[in-house]
Design a protein around this ligand. Structure first.
Ligand code: PAP
Length: 366
């Protein structure tokens, strides 16, 4: 079988793959860095309306072989999810995980912003970018601030989903130190160089009901052929079969690390950030070694990074990531407790039971 044949793809994706292979071009990601494609990876090109990590194109023979040995289930949007090191990934995303595990070289000064999808990633990226760059960009209200003209996912790129999505060796030469990265990787799957360095990990989690409902809305926006029923995705999510799931194992992995290595891992909750933003941002700044001396600075950053401000910026209303997602899909309501507006009493009961079972005994509550 040839390297370009997609043996597991349904017909519509095969024809899309053929179309893409006719028009190959290098891709730009994250902070506009050009990526060098790894020699053993097939060229993979940007697709106009589907995020790259949802495609099953341009996968190496090595990755295909691995996939054949992994548990596989039908995905929420992508055709397949594969369970690797205990967590579920789409096909292209899995290849990216393998590439960054193999090639990424951490620096001790790196900062990783880590979440499960829909736990407040965009917000955390904005806050930490503004906090770390506040001497360079002290005026959060002037149009010179990068967050007013660029989406947080561009300013703080995703490691596996952005920089390594083509299974390539990333070009990090234009990053300034300390480098900021986002990732959804579970602790077990972080590259060894990250685990063995002294770089800082900031983890933000969100209560599972709101995370699930946010993910359900988000994935339905990405689907081109109808929506997933709440019941079907609820069943998958509660069985752990969701992007980077099981949710509870992801959260627990970093919770344990934050208890064992508090100087390296800071554990934050979306709900606490909403309730006491100043307290949480002060904690974050101390942890990152950039404490505040002026309260006004925190006020400016919180205003700049608020849901109201970011979601109403022209760039976030109209722009699109190089990987395919419209920026506006990252802004929906930004509330605490929306899960309850969508879930039945039985669903809520099941969520609470699983949370109790999984997290009981570890001192972590939602
Ligand atoms: P990602 O993990 O795919 O990058 P992420 O940013 O975590 O996405 O998820 C988006 C959620 O964060 C949305 O939640 P909702 O669906 O419940 O509304 C989005 O509204 C919310 N969000 C985005 N920006 C902010 C912000 N500045 N403040 C608070 N919540 C935000």
């Amino acid at each position: 079988m040839s390297a370009t044949e997609s043996w597991w793809l349904p017909k519509h994706e095969e024809s899309q793959q053929n179309k893409q292979q006719e028009s190959s071009s290098p891709a730009d990601y994250g902070c506009n860095k050009t990526i060098a494609i790894m020699s053993n990876a097939q060229p993979a090109e940007p697709v106009s309306d589907i995020p790259k990590y949802l495609l099953e194109l341009g996968v190496t023979e090595e990755c295909k072989k691995l996939i054949m040995s992994l548990p596989t289930e039908k995905g929420w949007v992508a055709n397949h999810l594969h369970q690797y090191q205990g967590f579920w990934h789409t096909t292209r995303q899995l290849q990216a995980v393998l590439a960054c595990q193999r090639h990424f070289q951490a620096q001790d000064t790196d900062i990783f912003l880590i979440t499960t999808p829909k736990s407040g990633t965009t917000w955390l990226k904005a806050i930490v970018f503004a906090l770390m760059n506040r001497f360079q960009y002290p005026n959060t209200h002037t149009h010179h601030h990068p967050l007013l003209s660029e989406n947080p996912h561009v300013l703080v790129p995703f490691l596996e989903l952005g920089l390594y999505i083509d299974g390539q060796v990333g070009d990090f030469t234009t990053f300034t130190s300390p480098r900021l990265f986002g990732t959804h990787l579970p602790f077990v799957s972080l590259p060894d160089t990250v685990k063995n360095s002294t770089c800082k990990l900031v983890y933000m989690c969100r209560n599972p009901k709101d995370t699930f409902v946010s993910l359900w809305h988000f994935t339905n926006k990405l689907r081109t052929n109808g929506t997933n029923s709440l019941e079907e995705t609820f069943d998958k999510f509660t069985r752990g079969v969701s992007l980077y799931g099981p949710f509870w194992d992801h959260v627990l992995g970093y919770w344990k690390q934050s208890l064992e290595n508090p100087e390296r891992v800071l554990f934050l909750k979306y709900e606490e950030m909403k309730e006491q933003p100043k307290v949480q941002v002060l904690k974050l700044a101390e942890f990152l070694g950039r404490p505040f001396s002026l309260e006004e600075e925190i006020d400016g950053i919180l205003k700049l990074c608020s849901f109201e401000n970011l979601s109403n910026l022209e760039v976030n209303k109209t722009g699109k990531l190089a990987s395919g997602e419209d920026y506006n899909t990252f802004f929906r309501r930004g509330d605490v407790g929306d899960g309850k507006n969508h879930l039945s009493p039985q669903m809520i009961k099941k969520f609470d039971q699983i949370t109790q079972q999984k997290l009981h005994g570890y001192g972590l509550k939602f």
